[in-house]
Every structure is written in C-alpha cells, then in structure tokens.
Design a protein around this ligand. Structure first.
Ligand code: BGC
Length: 855
C-alpha cells in the first residue's frame, strides 16, 4: 500500500503560518511494495491544481493568497503501479506585508543609558471586553527586545525569546498565536518585554541598545466573531506600562532577578506612549524554528559544598532550571549559579564564563512556589544553589533550543564513538538557539559564521535544518558588506568584526555564505536555496578574490594579507598561540578561495549561469596551481608542513593525481609523528579523516578517530565530556582545566560544536550514507569497514523519507541492511568492491570481508 508519511508546508507538518507568497509544499511516501516509485501527484490549494510528475515538492503558483487565511492543501500521489494515497495539510498565511493595525508603544518615561547593562523589563497591559461570541482570534506580536505574553493569567504560546534574533535593522519577525480558546468576555493581556538581543547588553564587549534605546511592543489581537464581523485591538496609548513587575532584571548573559513578592496590582502604571523606532525592518511571520523548553531533566546528584548545594545534571547543555520551594519565608533569597565544570574543591568553576554572571536571584513570597526563568538561558552541567535547604527544594532543568526536528541516528560497536555522536548532538542543540551560536554559556553566544560554516553538513544529518538555516541566511544576505565580505558574526548586532579587524572578507568565516546553502542543498535538493543566495555567494567570492589579488607572479592567487586579518587555523592544538593559528592564514585563506570558487562554479552550472561557471572554475584552478607552486616542492610535499595545509588541498582536489598521492603519504607521516593526534584547527578538522580515508588510508583515519590520546575526539570522551569542547585539551586527567589564561582571553568553552564537524564522517563513511544526488534522489551507501568496528548503523529522515544502513562484520562475512525511500534509488557499494543498484524498500546484502585486526 502507498501511504504519505509526511506532507509539509514550508518545512512544517503542522502549525505553519507563513508570509511566503509561494509556499513550498513537499511530501514523502512509503510503500510496502519493493521498488515502488512515485509516478505523479496533484496538489490542490486555493482552487488551484498543481500537477507534478515524479517530483515530491512544488512551490505554490496559483492565484495570490489572501492574508490571515487558513488554506488546505490536498495531495493525491500515485505510484508506478497505480496505487494512490491522499493527504491534507492546513497552513495559514500571515499578514503578507499588510501593515499592523497597531502602533509601536513603549514607556516614554523610561530611559536607560548605562553602558554594558540591560534594561529593566517593561510590562504592558490592556484589558478588553468582547461583546459577541468569538469564532477565531489571533495575536500578531513583535517587539524590540524579547517578550512573554499572558492572556487572562495564562501564558500565550510556548515559545521563548520571541520575536527571535534577527538583523533588526533589516528583518524583524512577528509571532502568530491562536488564542481562540483563551479569550473570555473580559480579558487582560500582559506582555513582559525584556531587553533581549535588540536592547539588552550582548557581545563580550557588552554593547547594548543596538536596535532601540528601550523596549517597545507592537501587537494586534484580531478577532473574528461568529457573526462574521471582525475587530482588531492594537497596541496604542490605551495600553499601560510599568517597570515594577516581578522580573527585576533579565539578560542572556547575567541571568534573571525575580521578586515573587511583587504584585502587578501594586505597580505604578503609566499610560504607554507611541514610540518612533530607530530601525525600519521588514516585518515577516516567524520563519525559523521556535525556541522551546525541551524534555525535563533531573539532577543525577547533589552535594553540600560550603553554603552551596551543588547539583550535577550529568550532561552539559543550554537550558534553564526550575526551582520548586516548599514553605519558603517571605523575602528569602535563593541564588542559583551555573557552570560547566567544577573546581577541585567541588565548587563551581565559573572562570570561563568571563563577564557572564549566569545567575538567578529569586526572592520568595511566603509558602510553596516554583520558578523557571523565561527571559534568559544558560550553558551548564552544574548548578550551585544558596539560600534554600535541600529538604525544601526540588530542582530540575529544561534544555532550551530551537525546535529543529531530529532526523539522524548513528551508532557503532565502539561506545566511545557513540558518546562522541551524542556529544555532537548535544552541542548542536545547545547552540541552535534561534541562530547558530558558537557557545551557550560565556559572554558570546553569537552567530559566529566560521562555526556553522564547518558544521553545517553534520548538522544537516542530525537535524532538519531547513527553516533554521534559511532564516539565518536571510540575515547573512542582509548583513553582507558593500564590498562583498560577510561579518564574522551574523546578526552582527553591534559586532561583526573584532576591533582588530577591518570589515572585509575573511576566509572560512565568510565562507559560511557558500558552505551553508551548499550543505542545505545537498540535504534537501531544493535549488531555491542556491538561487536565493547566489548573488551573495558571487559577491563574496569576488571579494575574496580581491583581497587575494595583492601579489605578483606566483603570488597572484595566494591570499596573503597580514595574518591578523584572518582566523587561520583557529584553535589548532599543535601550536599554542592565537597568533600561530592566525599565522597559518596564507594556507587556509588560499585553500578557502579555491574551495568557495569551485563550489560557486558548480552552483552557477546548476542555475544555468554558464559564463559565471566558467569564470569561477578558472579562478579555482588558478588558485589550486598557485597553492601547489608556492607552498609545495611541486611533488606533494609542503615546504612548511602542518596537518591542515595538507588536508585542505587533498580534500578539495587541488593537487594533481600523483601529487595528491604523495601529499597523502606526507600527511600520514605527519599524523604518525603526532601519534595519530589531531593537529587541525577549524578549517582542517571536518575534512582530515576524509582526506585520509578517501585516498586509500582508511587505516590511518580510523586510528585518528579512535585515538584517546590528547588531542583527539575520544580523548574528550575519555575525560567524561558530554558535549564537544572548544579546545581539545579542555580538561586534564583530573577533570581540571590546564589551560587557564593563555592569551586567548579565557576562550575555553565546553560546548562548542565546531570540531564535532566530524559527525559528517560518521554518517558518510562509517555508516556509509551519502546523498549521491542533492536531496537523496540518488543515495550512495558505502560503509568503510575498519578500525576493528564490528558493526555500525545510521539512519537519516531525508526529504524523501528514511534512508538507513546497518552493517555487521563477523567470521569473515560482511552483512548489511539498507532502507531506501520511495522516490530514491541507491547505489550500494560493498567492501569487496561490488556494486548493487537498489530501488526503494528494504534490502539485505553480504560479501566476504576480512575484519581488520588493528583496533
Ligand atoms: C568563538 C569562536 C569563533 C571565534 C572567531 C571565538 O570567541 O567562540 O567559535 O569562531 O571566536 O575566531
């Protein structure tokens, strides 16, 4: 039987509210008939029928959609045996560009000029009466700052930090809430607006008031009555405002100060005033994945250390705690601190949070009560509580992250590698907080481009990144500099570049504007993501070419601007100093230019821009030759040897065939000399195992992967890591940080996903699952047996459905089970070199294969 396993509008199976005039509808199919293929489909929306062949997605191209309207898309799909399946999906349009019937409001009496601080949260309120029965009601709301809404004493929606983090001068989201069931005859609407990213202090240099001088709210409640009439209640001077609410302070870095004794009834309410904003962003319906609280976590232990109760959650993550207090005294103050690691005496080590206080200060009312902050989050594993007795306190926590759908699983016969996979997933969740951040704990949590540039392929295996990354890319486009460079943090939000760096194109970090759309395209197969970002990519690569053009002769294609203008081989563990990482920028930047220009050439080809394709391909070739000419002896040996400088040209195919072989031999020698430890920084780490394994040295790749000596992936695991660390030597054998203040400004985070980019290798080579064609229309399953592994399995919920590979090796026989979704074909490559062509369905294959005795 043919069934429809998933039907989505703009990537969502339910709850889609969109301002996209041509929303994308996509579906996946399942069948119990082996080899079933999609033959045709129709999707009917708004009286308009779209006829598809075997494609499984289409953009709506019918008559213009009306704003604030619910539509149903009806799908009928037919397979090659004539079986059919049907499904419906409802989606709703947002305002589609129509202006709000409301005004921006704020508290005109509130000014806040303190440098480096965040404002006191404002609370807005309005009461309203409805005289007729309500058929449906929506709130459309946005703010300068972040807001929580309450209607008649109940929270509205379950998303945190609305309206999200965007490039506020250009893009601002509004959030739509269905409040039909929450309305009564008499209603009170409350909105607490904290500084968030737009007004609050952010960035390690604590820049505040980036987009507005104080918080402001824009909201409309649109009611449709049962008699068909409509009414809108918008923010205006009829609203009241106060700063006397119970949330006394709220900030991402410092945490929350909450006084439960405070009653809004006693507050001094003022009339809200219309507010003129400094920015005039385009307002669009929220298009990412909402940040939410996720499954509750209980501490695994609690110890008394001095005056503190120290709770251990057994897992590092981004989130918030919930306190439940019994019989508290009025005015009792409970302080909660957060940390990723402990000091030898068992107290919290907060040194590496730098200026972030990451603290909750909660003042109790009398009696039983609970508290969970909603206007901040922390990165932590340990929590230290003062001011409460253990017997009166129950504490749990909730991870906080954007609701990206989990799509990937990976496991194998090595438990440490399995923990590595879990650590990669935890660091992903911890750093997908509305934007892709570098870390969730210290005074950064910024959209550092280099981190997601290298991590995007791994992210796209483990999660459905479509909405999350598209939302972010919209801001990358908005923030692109006139000269074509991309700020190092997006949204730039008052930063963009360190003070030591002028605004220009920066290799690998700026490369995000090419690598992220490319990774999404590989995962989803939707050319639109390339089209949308094409101009940005071209302008960026042109800018890189410009900065790389200050040379003559052989140096004409070597990007050798001074190293302080780059991040180079960032955090490479084989050299201790930041200046040494940056000092490798000649190699990393030149390889980056080759890589981005070659990818843009491919993109141009796909989009039918032949002339561009030729130009960028030629550029990439010239850069390849220059790299070989300048940095190698012409025979595959680098004049200055380090791992990244081999990995990049090998993996990017920059050297001729025979020189690649020699370069691989030389890389192997270097790796052996380093006892199979990692020597790569951000640029080389995602690719080193590919560079080895894809060139005949799977043995060495596996030795590196399975190494437990420092620095290596499994060293972290052996030291008890539950997330990926920023620095490979983050903890010594005693669980203490040996780095200290090493001139990198205490840059030691235990929750940084960048080096988890190796997850791509786990899926592609160990489990062996790869999109041979973008969007998995054609799947390649080719597990790489080695490292003494006796089994591995992986699965990916692709846009077409589930792909899985599960192999085992015993008694000289390799066996594999493969699942191929309807709509895909698969080439299965067995370790004996034989190839099988598979259609959709479940398959089993085997061959003779010797297990390697190495591990
Ligand atoms: C961040 C990195 C980032 C880097 C830029 C750090 O402080 O945490 O992950 O990419 O700066 O070099």
């Amino acid at each position: 039987m043919l069934t429809i396993s998933r039907f989505t509008c703009e990537g969502l199976a339910k709850g889609c509210v969109t301002d996209e005039r041509r929303p994308r509808l996509a579906f996946s199919l399942e069948s119990d008939r082996a080899g079933a293929k999609p033959a045709s489909a129709t999707i009917t929306v708004n009286g308009h029928q779209m006829v598809l062949g075997s494609e499984q997605s289409v953009r709506y191209d019918g008559p213009e959609l009306a704003p604030r309207t619910t539509y149903t898309a009806h799908l009928v799909a037919t397979d090659d045996a004539g079986e059919t399946a049907e499904a419906d999906i409802a989606f709703e349009t947002g305002l589609l560009g129509a202006p709000f019937d409301a005004s921006w409001i704020s508290d005109a009496a509130y000014t806040f000029a303190d440098k480096g601080a965040s404002p006191v949260p404002m609370v807005f309120r309005r009461t309203l009466e409805l005289s007729k029965p309500v058929a449906s009601a929506r709130i459309y709301a946005t703010a300068m700052g972040i807001f929580d809404l309450e209607l008649n004493g109940r929270r509205v929606g379950d998303e945190l930090f609305a309206p999200g983090f965007t490039s506020y001068k250009t893009n601002l989201q509004y959030v739509t809430y269905d409040v039909t069931d929450q309305l009564a005859e008499k209603n009170e609407l409350l909105a607490t607006v904290a500084g968030g990213w737009a007004v609050g202090a952010f960035i390690y240099s604590r820049v505040n008031r980036v987009a507005a001088d104080r918080q402001a709210l824009l909201l409309q409640l649109c009611v449709t009555y049962e008699d068909g009439s409509r009414q809108t209640f918008g923010t205006d001077e009829g609203w009241e405002v106060t700063e006397d609410g119970p949330v006394r302070y709220a900030e991402f870095y410092d945490g929350e100060v909450y006084d439960a004794r405070v009653s809004l009834e006693d507050a001094t309410w003022r009339r809200a005033a219309r507010e003129a904003l400094r920015v005039s962003p385009r307002l669009t319906a929220a298009c990412g994945d909402p940040v939410r609280l996720h499954d509750r976590m209980e501490p695994v232990s609690v110890t008394h250390v001095g005056d503190q109760l120290v709770f251990d959650f057994g897992q590092n993550f981004a989130g918030v705690v919930e306190l439940r207090l019994r019989g508290a005294a009025e005015g009792q103050v409970v302080r909660v601190r957060h940390a990723e690691i402990l000091k030898p005496d068992g107290t919290l080590n907060t040194d590496f949070l730098r200026s972030a206080k990451a603290e909750l200060v909660y003042t109790c009312k009398a009696g039983d009560q609970s508290f969970c902050p909603t206007l901040t989050y922390m990165g932590f594993r340990y929590v230290g509580v003062e001011g409460a007795d253990e017997k009166d306190l129950a504490l749990c926590a909730y991870p906080v992250f954007s609701d990206v759908r989990e799509t990937g699983t990976f496991a194998c016969s090595n438990d440490k590698v399995n923990r590595l996979q879990q650590n990669i997933q935890w660091s992903s969740r911890s750093n997908f907080v509305d934007i892709p951040t570098d870390c969730p704990q210290r005074d950064e949590r910024m959209g550092w481009t280099g981190d997601i540039a290298v991590f995007a392929p791994t992210a796209c295996y483990n999660f459905d990144m479509g909405r999350f990354l598209r939302k972010w890319l919209r801001d990358v486009r908005a923030e692109q500099l006139r000269g074509g460079g991309i700020p190092n943090t997006v949204p730039a939000n008052g930063f963009g570049f360190p003070t030591t760096m002028p605004s220009m194109a920066i290799d690998f970090w700026g490369d995000a504007c090419v690598l992220v759309p490319w990774a999404l395209y590989q995962a989803e197969g939707d050319e639109e993501v390339l089209r949308e970002n094409y101009d940005m990519m071209c302008r960026y690569v042109d800018a890189c070419r410009f900065w790389a053009s200050f040379g003559v002769g052989k140096y004409r294609y070597i990007w050798h601007t001074p190293s302080f203008l780059h991040f180079g081989d960032w955090v490479a563990p084989d050299v201790p100093k930041m200046s040494q990482w940056q000092g490798r920028s000649k190699w990393t930047a030149t390889a980056s230019l080759q890589h981005t220009s070659s990818l843009v050439a491919q993109v141009a080809q796909i989009l039918g821009r032949g002339e561009d394709a030729r130009r960028y391909a030629e550029l990439s070739q010239n850069v390849s030759h220059a790299y070989e000419d300048v940095f190698t002896d012409g025979a595959g040996k680098l004049k200055n040897e380090f791992q990244t400088a081999y990995v990049l040209p090998i993996h990017f195919g920059m050297l001729g065939e025979s020189n690649t072989e020699r370069a691989v031999d030389n890389l192997v020698k270097l790796v052996e000399k380093g006892d199979y430890c990692i020597g790569t920084g951000f640029p080389g780490t995602p690719y080193i195992l590919f560079a080895l394994a894809d060139n005949g040295r799977a043995d060495v790749a596996y030795k590196m992967l399975l190494n437990t000596k420092c620095p290596s992936w499994l060293y972290e695991v052996a030291q008890g890591a539950t997330t990926i660390w920023e620095r490979w030597d983050g903890l010594d054998e005693n669980g203490q940080c040996p780095i200290g203040d090493d001139g990198t400004d205490m840059m030691i985070s235990y929750n940084h996903y960048a080096s988890g980019a190796i997850g791509d290798f786990l899926y592609k080579r160990v489990a062996g699952i790869e999109a041979a064609e973008p969007g998995y229309r054609r799947v390649r399953v080719a597990p790489l047996v080695g490292g003494g592994l006796t089994w591995a399995s992986g699965s990916v919920e692709t846009v077409l459905g589930r792909v899985s590979s599960s192999w085992k090796l015993a008694d000289g026989t390799f066996e594999i089970d493969v699942e191929v979704p309807v709509g895909a074909t698969c080439e299965l490559l067995l370790p004996d070199g034989t190839m099988q062509e598979l259609g959709s369905g479940s398959h089993h294959a085997s061959c003779a294969c010797q297990s390697d005795e190495e591990a």
